[in-house]
Design a protein around this ligand. Structure first.
Ligand code: SF4
Ligand code: SF4
Length: 236
């Protein structure tokens, strides 16, 4: 198990799927289409069929609008197990350690890339909250776990008030979960690939968090954040 492939769900953001200007249902339909086409067209004994599949899908998907034209969308992301998405040419599936060389990025990048959330040393503490986050699909899971900007802002905010991650989860777990889930309440998909960076700004950490999640000053959650920022932990 890893952050990319957790027990019941998985993330595929860095393979570019959310860069397509499609809604949740359309993304799901596309992943189903890729998966069935891959199963019917690709024969690992005839390696050229992998290259053919990629060529065919890239042409078919070239008509879908990209949110960012410079970010590649890899057609090898599909369903690999029940409702879990993943790399259909991963060595654990193909039996070939270099099979991802048929992709645009190549094996070394596909296997070596770690998004900023995957690099966090305490990410397992947050992963343990999956059930409480009420995540029911790869779509929500990818959106939360590839979004290192939002997670960093939340943790940085609490840190500025004297809370380390363990203290946040012990004392302010409900607020932390609400902040992580907040973008779904607002219907915004914030991170498309995990490659995004927050633009440099002079704003305070509280204002950056409010701006990121489009939190209005009339909302109760704002009042709660303000209260915490005005009453940092004693000794801090
Ligand atoms: S964005 Fe991060 S968690 Fe998601 S698949 Fe890529 S490396 Fe894994
Ligand atoms: S080949 Fe690389 S980019 Fe494509 S789905 Fe697999 S891991 Fe993602």
């Amino acid at each position: 198990m890893s952050l990319c492939q957790s027990k019941n769900t998985s993330c595929g953001a860095c393979c570019g799927i959310f860069n397509l200007d499609l809604n949740k249902e359309e993304i799901n339909d596309l992943l189903n289409l890729r998966t069935s086409q891959f199963k019917s067209d690709v024969d690992f004994k005839n390696k050229w069929t992998i290259a053919e599949y990629r060529k065919k899908r890239e042409i078919e998907e070239s008509y879908v609008l990209r949110k960012d034209d410079t970010t590649y969308v890899c057609p090898f992301l599909g369903f690999i197990e029940n409702k879990k998405i993943g790399c259909m040419i991963h060595p654990s599936i193909t039996g070939d350690p270099l099979s991802q060389n048929f992709s645009f990025y190549g094996s070394s990048i596909c296997q070596g890339y770690e998004c900023k959330n995957k690099e966090r040393k305490d990410i397992d503490l947050i992963e343990n909250l999956i059930e409480e986050l009420k995540i029911d699909s790869y779509y929500e899971y990818s959106n939360i776990f590839s979004d290192h900007i939002t997670l960093s802002l939340i943790l940085e905010f609490f840190n500025s008030c004297g809370y380390d991650i363990k203290k946040v989860l012990f004392e302010e777990k409900d607020l932390f979960l609400e902040l992580l889930n907040y973008k779904f309440k607002k219907g915004i998909l914030l991170n498309q690939t995990s490659f995004e960076f927050e633009e440099a700004t002079e704003l305070s950490i509280l204002d950056r968090l409010l701006f990121r999640l489009s939190i209005d000053l009339k909302e109760d959650i704002y009042k709660r954040l303000l209260e915490i920022s005005k009453n940092p932990l004693r000794g801090f």
